[in-house]
Design a protein around this ligand. Structure first.
Ligand code: PFF
Length: 468
């Protein structure tokens, strides 16, 4: 079957728009909220270094695989996998990659919108001067009181979902590209402004030391590798077809390898930049870097509140987070959205609304995890929010990513692979097969087995018990 040279959903206007769109997807709450707090909790420099290794050895080859499959299929991940399994005469079960991606997308967007809603609320709180010269107690009570109110959380989650639905409903060129052209330059500008501010805050040296001084003993701790690997997948938007969906809109003449490298560098720079903007102000105020998820919503506002013009820069910071979250949210919904449009010939706007409503409903579970259902544990100590986050980030994304790389490297016809990646020399082809087809999947597998080991051990024990 001859595959299309353009997608029916539209195309990125240029290579740079794809870079911006993919960077918009990659740069999000994962960079500004998760990365700094994970680095803070896991010892700083060592975590940063391990994370960089994961991005280079696993993230980049898997992103290349996603984009090349997308560009070859020119459709939503489900349809793309269907077309490619047919044309390469592979087992139809490989389409499972697309389905799992859609499911992961629903799960991720459901809780992503909740946290993005917090950031939007913090734009107002900071602008209103809530944290001006506030004590640590005021900052943490403000956050706790906010989390304790389901109505407030729902209000902001709903607002975020409405904006997302509105953008995605307008289509690739009018909706996605317009939002990306507007938000991405602002995002970089805001980050640079905040960095300049952090450099002058008095805690910059300490911040830099925290992020880059490496304690090599951490390399022997498997937990850090697991967390860093999950974070690499999440932050690069890998494993659920978002990059495959965006890859479908990439013009033929774009070089996938160098483009993916640019995207990974941009994403990593923003994560490191966010750390460099946050930790100096944290240290300048003598606060705790290892404070966990509250870092962005308690420590950061508190820190800004102590500094001159803190309300202005604090507000800018949360505007930055909200923009970053929006450009990611639109990419999370693209695989499912494009699939439903293709399968039912439906109108994008209608599909966008239906998807939004389902995600919104699912997100209520995450909203209640912080108040009404705070004591409800799905597995072990995990609340609904923790569970959805864990299953999607640590299980579905790595599994999806591993299968995508295996399919792209070993099961696509060689000619397709060579054409998509523009591989001409044998040495490059061998390198690509080794890194993309062996090293990356093996790393994921190792981390995967290790993560699931306690669960597998418990299941085995239970089965043994049942069998007497
Ligand atoms: N990469 C985004 C972040 O770091 O916030 C989150 C994300 C977007 C995950 C798109 C998955 C995805 F498909």
């Amino acid at each position: 079957m001859a595959l299309a040279s353009e997608s029916r959903h539209g195309m990125w206007s240029s290579r740079w728009l794809f870079v911006l769109a993919a960077a918009g997807s990659a740069v999000g709450i994962g960079n500004i909220w998760k990365f700094p707090y994970m680095a803070g909790e896991n010892g700083g420099g060592a975590f940063v270094l391990i994370y960089l290794v994961c991005v280079a050895l696993v993230g980049i080859p898997i992103m290349m695989s996603e984009v090349l499959l997308g560009r070859e299929g020119r459709s939503s991940p489900i349809t793309t996998m269907r077309k490619l399994t047919e044309s390469a005469k592979r087992h139809p079960l490989w389409v499972f990659i697309g389905w799992m991606g859609v499911l992961a997308g629903f799960l991720i967007l459901s809780y992503y919108a909740v946290v993005a809603g917090w950031a939007m609320n913090y734009v107002w709180l900071t602008a209103a001067g809530t944290f001006d010269n506030a004590t640590a107690e005021v900052a943490s009570t403000t956050f706790d009181a906010f989390l304790a109110s389901p109505w407030q959380l729902i209000l902001w989650q709903t607002l975020f979902m409405i904006i997302t639905i509105w953008i995605i409903g307008r289509g690739v060129t009018q909706g996605l590209e317009t939002a990306i052209r507007l938000f991405m330059p602002m995002l970089f500008l805001l980050l640079v402004t905040l960095l300049v501010y952090a450099v002058n805050s008095g805690g910059f040296e300490q911040g830099v030391a925290f992020m880059f001084d490496v304690d090599y003993s951490a390399f022997a701790k498997p937990e850090i590798w697991i967390i860093a690997m999950g974070q690499a997948f999440f932050t690069l938007s890998l494993g659920m077809g978002a990059m495959m969906a965006y890859g479908a809109y990439v013009p033929e003449n774009v070089n996938i390898g160098s483009t993916v490298l640019t995207i990974a560098i941009l994403d990593t720079s923003v994560a490191v930049g966010a750390g460099l903007a946050i930790f100096p102000i944290v240290f300048a105020n003598g606060l705790d870097a290892a404070q966990g998820p509250g870092l962005m919503f308690v420590t950061v506002p508190l820190a800004f509140g102590q500094l001159p013009l803190g309300a202005v820069f604090g507000t800018l910071f949360f505007v930055l987070v909200s923009f970053a979250a929006l450009t990611s949210a639109i990419s999370i919904s693209e695989p499912a959205l494009a699939y439903l449009v293709e399968e039912y010939n439906a109108k994008r706007k209608r599909v966008a609304i239906s998807l939004g409503v389902i995600c919104w409903l699912l997100g209520l579970g995450s909203v209640f995890s912080f108040n009404l259902w705070a004591d409800v544990h799905i597995v072990g100590e995990l609340t609904f929010f923790d569970f959805v986050d864990y299953v999607s980030q640590n299980i579905m994304l790595p599994l999806g990513g591993m299968l995508i790389a295996i399919f792209a490297v070993w099961l696509l016809p060689k000619t397709v692979l060579a054409k998509q990646l523009g591989i001409e020399s044998r040495a490059v082809s061998v390198l690509w097969k080794f890194v993309g087809g062996i090293l990356a999947p093996l790393c994921v597998l190792a981390v995967f087995v290790y993560t699931l080991w306690p669960v597998i051990a418990e299941l085995v024990a239970r089965v043994r018990e049942l069998l007497g």
